[in-house]
Write a protein that binds this ligand. Structure first.
Ligand SMILES: CC(C)(COP(=O)(O)OP(=O)(O)OC[C@H]1O[C@@H](n2cnc3c(N)ncnc32)[C@H](O)[C@@H]1OP(=O)(O)O)[C@@H](O)C(=O)NCCC(=O)NCCS
Length: 133
């Protein structure tokens, strides 16, 4: 089997998962602490990725916990053989945990970045935020 291609001749799902993990880690890494992936909470391959497609990854913070950040990642493919057409190929939810020098979870700092994420989450889900109170 050629590397990164599946038996149908499309891109191997494991390769897409690795790119999603990398893309999802970008926002949590801005906190400035060492972060590790603890869970892939959801992963949906909506459409195949074809050889030659141009992929774009869009991520947003869905939840900020005490030590963890959960990120939503959406992947769009511009088809090589149908340029200008963008198809959502994958959506995923991943959780990253801040760790200390011994690899143990450590509390996130209460800095401007975290505050901005919390505000954005509340803005985007006012009813959910209201239900918590
Ligand atoms: C990440 C790790 C340090 C967590 O240690 P732990 O003792 O299980 O930590 P805890 O149970 O205290 O959970 C820590 C946070 O992770 C969250 N978490 C744990 N499991 C989770 C899951 N399945 N889904 C979502 N969040 C999860 C907890 O809710 C908690 O978040 P919060 O503090 O914001 O509420 C440990 O599991 C680990 O080292 N895993 C390996 C990480 C790794 O190597 N990743 C790369 C894979 S190749």
């Amino acid at each position: 089997m050629p590397a990164d291609v599946n038996a149908n001749g499309d891109i191997f799902g494991g390769w897409v998962m690795a790119q999603v993990d990398l893309a999802g880690s970008v926002l949590p890494s801005r906190i400035g602490q060492r972060m590790v992936t603890v869970a892939v909470n959801e992963f949906i391959f909506k459409q195949p990725v074809r050889v030659g497609d141009i992929l774009s990854f869009y991520s947003s913070v869905r939840r900020v916990g005490r030590t963890s950040v959960t990120v939503d990642v959406e992947v769009y493919a511009e088809r090589f053989h149908d340029q200008g057409r963008f198809v959502k190929v994958t959506e995923a939810l991943l959780t990253y945990v801040a760790i200390d020098s011994e690899g143990k979870p450590q509390a996130l700092p209460e800095n401007a970045q975290i505050a901005a994420w919390r505000q954005a989450i509340e803005r985007n889900a006012p009813s959910a935020a209201a239900q918590k109170n």
